[in-house]
Design a protein around this ligand. Structure first.
Ligand SMILES: [Fe+2]
Ligand SMILES: [Fe+2]
Length: 166
């Protein structure tokens, strides 16, 4: 995913150039890379925030950092499931370690899983990112699930053909 828009690229370039943030390329998230997920949420939220005259700079940056935590594919299924409930705090800690972030950006990150993670979105910018993440995240998960189902069905079909042909 490459975004041409000059203004947007200017806003997020500090984050995209960060070496630790680049690790997001290699972590799987909803069937795509976490980097792609973050960029998608950030760019779509930025476009809406601009139209609605919100603080679109904080929206672009906060949304880009909302899932910035380093745990990845090495986690077992149980850990991955449990991380659903705690990762906003991890993302806030990682973001604080690498970037200077304002109050709106902090709240965008820590409240993006509300109501699953019990921190309220305090700003309209946080509400926006919370909604965009849920909508896009659900589409990504649906696509991933459909792909897995299709793959399993194909596998069963081949197995059935082998059994019949014998
Ligand atoms: Fe998240
Ligand atoms: Fe997310």
């Amino acid at each position: 995913m490459y975004i041409k828009e000059k203004e947007y690229r200017g806003i997020v370039k500090e984050i995209l150039r960060n070496t630790t943030f680049k690790q997001m390329y290699n972590i799987e998230h909803h069937g795509i890379s976490r980097w792609e997920h973050l960029l998608k949420i950030s760019y779509h939220s930025y476009r809406i925030a601009k139209k609605l005259r919100m603080d679109y700079v904080s929206v672009a940056r906060g949304a880009l950092l909302h899932d910035f935590y380093l745990d990845g594919d090495e986690r077992c299924a149980k850990r991955k499931f449990l991380d659903t409930f705690v990762h906003p705090k991890k993302a806030l800690e990682t973001s604080n370690n690498f970037f200077s972030i304002n109050e709106i950006e902090k709240n965008i990150i820590v409240s993006h899983m509300f109501p699953i993670y019990p921190v309220l979105p305090k700003y309209k910018e946080s509400v926006l990112v919370n909604i965009v993440d849920k909508v896009i995240g659900a589409c990504e998960m649906l696509r991933e699930y459909r792909y897995k189902c299709k793959y399993r069905f194909n596998y069963l079909f081949v197995l059935l053909l082998i059994v019949i042909s014998n």
